[in-house]
Design a protein around this ligand. Structure first.
Ligand code: CIR
Length: 260
């Protein structure tokens, strides 16, 4: 795939990010100006890798709205508009849905289901979906109803110590995964090539694939070295301020293939 065929949806950091949801990390002050600089560099990196950037309008009343990965997720054939397990985040979805409508048929996840895009990991034709504080079994059922007739397998992955599945595991190729075995058991990914996060860098299992390049946070030197040794090309960014909001590199964009 040429990266000119790739679209990235992003949204700027809201002024209210200091009031973000936090589940597994303690609240520490976020430097808004630094957060903007780091986010800008992240967007420039996606653009330099060939992504067409779609920037959504800012939502200052939604402290977590920079994390556009959660309100929707996109496959080649269809996009899903999520219903977050965090009530405070449900108002983020509409503008994401508006942007996606030009590119995909959109299917809405309906109550009582709830799901965040951060819990959805696609590898080949298998969709691994976290069962987390944000994503419930009813959402898994609705996904199976839509996706199994299209030839996808939907696999449930119970989670305990991390916010989303992709906090602890992301794709590094169609048949390879980077993961933290302390949070996501290795047998979930049986049959795939696997790279484990360095044990001292538990949050390092999160990279964004753009074409054949992985966008990775420079904070995770030891895991990034493992990726390079595995043969991956890496583009480094640093999102330290968004890490304080329990975000990581995948959360701040929706990267998908242009099919129109
Ligand atoms: C939240 O708790 O929803 C945000 N503070 C962090 C969301 C990060 N999103 C992601 O991992 N996909």
């Amino acid at each position: 795939m040429s990266t000119t065929d790739t679209i990235a949806i992003v949204r700027r950091v809201p002024d209210s990010i200091g009031s973000c949801e936090l589940t597994h990390v303690d609240r520490t002050p976020i430097d808004l100006a630094n957060a903007h600089r780091q986010h800008q560099h992240y967007v420039e990196t996606l653009s330099a890798l060939g992504c067409e950037i779609i920037t959504l309008p800012p939502l200052h009343d939604h402290p977590d709205s920079v994390f556009v990965e959660d309100p929707a997720f996109v496959l080649d054939e269809i996009a899903f508009i999520a219903r977050s397990g965090a009530e405070s985040r449900r108002g983020e979805a509409e503008t994401v849905a508006d942007a996606l409508a030009a590119h995909r048929r959109c299917h809405r996840i309906e109550a009582p289901a709830c799901i965040d895009g951060g819990d959805v990991l696609l590898l080949g034709r298998t969709l691994y979906v976290g069962l987390s504080s944000r994503t419930n079994a009813e959402a898994h059922r609705q996904l199976r109803d839509v996706l199994e007739p299209m030839g996808y397998e939907v696999r449930s992955v119970p989670l305990h110590e991390c916010l989303h599945l992709k906090t602890g595991a992301t794709a590094i190729a169609d048949d390879a995964v980077l993961f933290n075995p302390a949070w996501v058991p290795a047998d979930v990914f049986e049959g795939l090539r696997r790279v484990e996060c360095h044990p001292d860098e538990p949050f390092s299992g999160n990279v964004v694939r753009v074409g054949s390049t992985l966008v990775a946070d420079s904070a995770w030197e030891r895991t990034n070295r493992r990726l390079v040794d595995f043969g991956c090309d890496i583009a480094e960014v640093h999102l330290g301020e968004l890490t304080k909001a329990e975000g990581s590199v995948t959360c701040s964009s929706i990267v998908f293939r242009r099919v129109d």
